[in-house]
Every structure is written in C-alpha cells, then in structure tokens.
Design a protein around this ligand. Structure first.
Ligand code: GLV
Ligand code: MG
Length: 362
C-alpha cells in the first residue's frame, strides 16, 4: 500500500513534483498524424492554432518498418515547430507510444522524453490493462524527466481498449497523479471483447430494438414494426465518464473510422459530449471542424445557462423560467457549461465573439 502523502512526491530524485490537479486544457479534437509520413508531417506546422491537440502517432496504423522513422519524425517536428506544445500555446503536443508489450516502447519513451520532453504535454498509452501499467510508465517517466532536467511533469492518458482495462477502469484513473484522461479505443476493445463488429467506432445497424408487434382487432399482425438503432458504446462511455469524474480527469471518445460519414460521426461525437466527454480523436481534417463544433457548448445552451445563473442569485432555492423549474442542481449543470465556454473562449476567438454577443434578459 502507498500512503496518500507519497502520491505527490516525485518517483525519482530530481524529477518535477507531480501536479495536484490536472489542468482543464481544451482537448476537443486530438488530431492524429503519422510522423513517418512526410506529406502529413509537412502539414503539421500550419495546423498549430487550428486544433486543440496534435498527436504524433507511433502505434497502430504505423507500419512496423516505419516505427523508427515515426519516432524520429516526431522529434524533428517538435524541435522545429516552436509554437507547438510545451505547456503554453493554444495547441498541445501529445504522442501515442507503442504498446507496453512491444519492442519499440522503451525507445519511444527514452528518446521522446530526453529529446523533446519539454515540448510533450501528454503521452497516450495504448492497451492499458490495469494500474500496474500506469505505475510502470509513471516511474520510468520520472527517471527520464530527472535525466532530461524537466521542470514540468508529462501527463499520461490511457486508452481503454481491452476488457481487462474496462474492468479496472477506476484503478487505472487513480493510479498516478499524472493521469490526465482516458480515450475509448472501440476497435481494439471490440476485438478483445469478441464483439462481432468489423468497424472502427460508431454504431452497427444490427444492434437495435424493435417496436412491439402491431396487431389489428382480430389479433393479426398488421403494419411494419419500427426499429431503432442503439448505441453500442453507451455502457462503455458512461463507465469511463464516471471513473474520470471520480478522479478529476478527462474522458474522450476515440476514433470514428468512416471518414466519409460525417453525419454519423457528428452523432457519435455528440452522444459522447452529452454524456460527459470533453473531446475526441480526429483522423481526418474534416473531423476537426465537427469535433470543435460538437464539443463546444452551443450559443443557445450558454444563453439559457447564463439566464439560469442570473435568475438563481445566491444559487439556492428554486425559480421558474419559461414554465420550467430551476434549482441548485440545474444551476450546477449550467455552471458546467458556462465554465467550459469560458475556457474555450480563452483560446478560440470565434467562440469568444459568439458567446460575448449573448444578451441575457431575465
Ligand atoms: C484505437 O486505438 C482503437 O483500437 O479503437
Ligand atoms: Mg487501438
């Protein structure tokens, strides 16, 4: 057992102090790029300032033969793109390292932390199975941070993509003060759970409920019964959101592989937003616009939320607004939206303009 006091002591001599609170930095879109792909890498500098997070992916989707080129490419991009990452600036730099059981991960961590540790905000760890995986990374990062003389701890983000990781989700979130958040990994999770899907995220037309039989007066079935597609990921996302909220860290949806289906992508993102997620991965530039829009509260929601805040005065009791009862608890929901809007307005001038134009009449 570890004493609660030890959690906030560095795990290596000379490593930076762990944070007692994870900063609520916007991460509406975590945009994946392959640093071994020269064409993709060349676009990265122009994307700084247009997306909350740029993530250099080293794991799945990078061919085994390109693993070293991807690692070296990420180092080069980080070193050459001054405004990217490093705790300030509007675009964070994250990476997804290779899995902990792969032959590449040790070099990923050693190279990245010692060469660009000052630029890296968050390291995403795939296929996390339990607290022991986070503790392994935690100690190693502290040793490397000390070696690199970093003055700020690098945060850790776990992908939930195994059944064991799901079962252990609460202990994963609480395993280290470095834990920044979680993402859903629907493709690996589906395989690990032996689900019978073949897609990267999103729904499935076969996962549905059907209206009861429609029968006529003679009890004979007549008329087509409507079907309603259900969300395959509802349970998983809801569990992830609770585990993150309990530990003061941030839940995210993951990949939506059908790039052409922008409508279903938007629906999946919105479901995650409404359930409590703060962002998602984006795999193509057209998903960034969707993520930024969906994971930012609408002007209508902020207008309503500000009306409730104004009407509730000291925050206690109940008032009627447009025929609906508002009280301490609905005020708290409104404050979640208002505070999110303030954080986003601070980095997004268009949103700031939209939110500033709201006039609240009571
Ligand atoms: C992401 O890594 C996934 O497996 O869905
Ligand atoms: Mg995966």
């Amino acid at each position: 057992m570890r004493s609660a006091k030890d959690f906030f002591r560095p795990l290596a001599v000379g490593a930076p102090d762990p944070l007692t609170e994870i900063p609520a930095r916007p991460s509406r879109a975590i945009h994946f790029f392959d640093p071994s792909n020269a064409k993709m890498a060349a676009k990265v500098p122009q994307m700084v300032g247009t997306v909350d997070v740029l993530l250099g992916n080293l794991e799945d989707a990078v061919k085994a033969d390109n693993k070293e080129a991807a690692r070296a490419g990420l180092v080069k991009i980080a070193q050459e793109t001054a405004e990217l990452g490093g705790g300030g600036g509007s675009t964070q730099l994250w990476t997804r390292i290779n899995a902990l059981d792969s032959p590449w991960v040790l070099d990923d961590l050693t190279t990245l932390v010692t060469e660009i540790g000052d630029k890296l905000d968050v390291i995403m760890v795939p296929k996390v199975q339990g607290a022991e995986d986070i503790q392994y990374v935690d100690r190693l990062l502290a040793q490397l941070e000390a070696k690199a003389r970093l003055d700020r701890p690098i945060l850790v983000h776990a992908i939930l993509e195994t059944a064991r990781g799901m079962v252990n989700v609460e202990e994963i979130c609480g395993a280290s003060p470095r834990m920044q958040g979680l993402s859903l990994g629907p493709a690996d999770l589906a395989a690990d759970r032996r689900m019978k899907t073949t897609r990267v995220g999103g729904g499935h037309p076969g996962y549905l409920v059907r209206q009861d039989p429609i029968v006529n007066a003679d009890n004979v079935e007549s008329g087509d019964r409507k079907t309603y597609q259900q969300d395959l990921w509802h349970y998983t996302i809801a569990r992830m959101v609770d585990a993150c909220a309990m530990h003061g860290i941030y839940p995210h949806y993951g990949p939506f592989g059908d790039i052409a289906d922008v409508v279903a992508c938007e629906d999946q993102f919105r479901n995650a937003f409404l359930l409590g997620c703060v962002g998602t991965w984006t795999l193509h530039p057209k998903q960034i616009e969707i993520a930024n829009r969906v994971f930012s509260p609408s002007v209508e929601d902020i207008t309503h939320a500000r009306r409730v805040v104004a009407a509730m005065g000291d925050g206690t009791g109940a008032v009627m607004l447009d025929g609906k009862m508002e009280d301490d608890a609905s005020l708290k929901q409104c404050l979640v939206l208002v505070e999110l809007a303030e954080r986003l307005a601070a980095i997004d001038p268009e949103l700031k303009k939209a939110y500033d134009s709201i006039e609240v009449d009571q």
